[in-house]
Design a protein around this ligand. Structure first.
Ligand SMILES: [Zn+2]
Length: 255
């Protein structure tokens, strides 16, 4: 395997914030970039503009939220088609061979060593950074709430999705349930409770860093057409920030 260049050794982007911040924003699917050594993964370039490569708009919204709350954020630096940061290292879908009808040739042919390399180089450092940020907060006496930002495609396999926003959660209702209520208080907003996906996935980011560490957490999904440009991001920033503030207050958690 070719060694990555210096510019490619970073697995994630960090938005700095105070060590003892009560909030930590995460964005697993922030980027559609692929390290040069992997070229285009054998995939038609147009596919990289699609939701299969990244969560359209999620990175911009995450950075904006981090700014609004003066909180740190960690964002993945590479496409989910290279490695899916929201999967555990043992999940067979961590390197997707087919996504929404598109075969990814270089993934379909990936050796065990290639997958192990991608995990070590691009997946492990991101999760180590999340763990370190949480450890630093806890050492400073603050148990941070984790907010994971994603976006979803407006239609899946030809079926339109009705939700504007979804909150995904598993067994910890502390932040997720008040957040669903706060979103539902927004006029005209169609809110999914564990839609368009269920938040229960062992070894995913929220499970690893939220559930397993006993930290309040929620995963927010925004329909991607609502945050596809800066006007949309600004509009959703207001809504998400308002809902998050309400939910944190309701839950007795710090903002
Ligand atoms: Zn996502």
């Amino acid at each position: 395997m070719q060694e990555p260049t210096a510019a490619e050794t970073d697995a994630f982007e960090r938005v700095p914030g105070p060590t003892a911040a009560p909030l930590l924003f995460l964005c697993d699917h922030a980027s559609n970039a692929v390290p040069a050594a992997y070229g285009d993964l054998g995939l038609d370039h147009a596919q990289f503009a699609r939701h299969i490569a990244w969560d359209i708009g999620a990175a911009n919204l995450t950075r904006a939220l981090a700014g609004t709350f003066a909180a740190p954020a960690l964002l993945g630096k590479w496409s989910r088609l290279l490695i899916d940061l929201n999967r555990g290292p043992d999940d067979p879908t961590i390197v997707m061979k087919i996504s929404d009808g598109a075969l990814i040739p270089r993934n379909a042919a990936a050796s065990v060593d290639d997958v192990a390399y991608r995990i070590a180089r691009y997946h492990a450092p991101y999760h180590a950074a999340i763990k370190a940020a949480i450890d630093a907060s806890l050492a400073a006496g603050v148990a941070p709430s984790l907010v994971s930002m994603h976006s979803f495609t407006p239609a899946w396999k030809g079926t339109p999705r009705p939700w504007h926003v979804g909150v995904l959660w598993d067994e910890d209702p502390r932040l997720a349930v008040p957040l669903i209520e706060a979103f539902r208080a927004e006029p005209g907003l169609v809110v999914g409770d564990n839609e368009p996906y269920h938040g229960r996935l062992e070894d995913d980011t929220m499970w690893t860093h939220g559930t397993m560490r006993g930290l309040p957490h929620a995963l927010i999904e925004i329909r991607q057409d609502l945050i596809a440009d800066h006007v949309g991001v600004a509009r959703m920033l207001e809504i998400v920030a308002r809902a998050l503030r309400r939910a944190l207050a309701q839950a007795g958690l710090k903002a």
